[in-house]
Design a protein around this ligand. Structure first.
Ligand code: MN
Ligand code: MN
Length: 295
């Protein structure tokens, strides 16, 4: 069983995340600046008493995940686009992870609906003892029934304190290798649907980084990053006060990545440039109880 105080923190993180997710839907309009959108979202999380658990991901059209605006970038929401907003909130390290998709083109509604219904169906079957590949099967069937494909190399995940991915992956298809059975704990379930081939690949762009663990070397920057983020992801926008210039920040992070001292998360794009939709909720399994913290 999960300690009551810890459950409270997970629930608080979840309610902040779901509130911000709802609020943001009305802000997705053509020509809105992505930097401003990100700042509004992350600002609201802090105002409501949480901390961003990772930089808000704003992923447009064939981009599936891991894009967050860089300082001063000039990108805006394009006309007729399909926009995924993936929000992470933590309260004292206890994380809620949730995502929604908004489209400015009604023709894409069926693609959105396929991932949304897949998440709904998956949430009906999760619980103690349920094999994760069964959750994947439910997601896959639901998406395929509507004529789309799940993205096979993106998964849901178990979470732990200050940890977005704590080891267990929850597939978005019936992956026979994934035989793990769910136990007490916190999990993100996140179906991605596409009209492309159903795979993502890395791009050369990196906007999000994380530490791999407590830094061993006595290095001021690494120490500061550890104190602020632990192993939670961070981005350049959040470091603008730490460095003299964004250029220097970018060069430093690149160098740390090259030397294997930090993780870099490349922006992920659908392999055949298909459009991508995503919905995500966090569930807390506690004995016989299953609570969707971000509903
Ligand atoms: Mn997420
Ligand atoms: Mn997630």
């Amino acid at each position: 069983m999960i300690n009551e105080e810890v459950v409270e923190k997970y629930l608080k993180a979840g309610s902040i995340a779901s509130r911000v997710r709802r609020e943001v839907e009305s802000l997705i309009k053509p020509e809105v600046s992505l930097v401003k959108l990100a700042e509004v979202i992350e600002g609201r999380i802090r105002e409501l008493g949480g901390q961003p658990a990772f930089p808000v991901n704003i992923s447009i059209n064939e981009v599936a995940a891991h894009y967050t605006p860089t300082p001063g970038d000039q990108f805006t929401i394009p006309d007729s686009s399909i926009v995924k907003i993936d929000i992470g909130v933590h309260v004292d390290g206890y994380v809620a992870d949730t995502a929604t998709t908004v489209t400015l083109n009604p023709a894409y509604e069926p693609l959105l609906e396929s991932a949304e219904k897949a998440l709904e169906s998956a949430l009906k079957v999760v619980g103690n003892g349920v094999p994760v590949n069964y959750v994947g099967k439910v997601i896959e069937d639901s998406i395929r029934m509507r004529g789309f494909k799940p993205i096979r190399n993106l998964t849901g995940h178990s979470m732990d304190r200050f940890m977005i991915h704590s080891g267990v992956s929850i597939p978005n298809y019936n992956d026979y290798r994934a035989r793990y059975k769910l136990v007490d704990g916190v999990y993100a379930i996140e179906p991605f649907a596409t009209n492309g081939e159903g795979l993502v690949k890395d791009t050369p762009t990196v906007a999000i980084y994380s530490l791999r663990g407590a830094p061993k070397a006595r290095d001021e920057l690494m120490k500061k990053l550890w104190e602020t983020y632990r192993t939670l992801p961070f981005c350049l926008r959040w470091l603008s006060k730490t460095f003299e210039s964004i250029d220097l920040a970018q060069r430093t992070l690149r160098e740390l990545t090259t030397h294997g001292r930090i993780n870099a998360y490349p922006v992920l794009v659908e392999a055949s440039r298909g459009l991508v939709s995503q919905y995500e909720h966090t569930v807390l399994i506690n004995g016989r109880e299953v609570i969707v913290t971000t509903i």
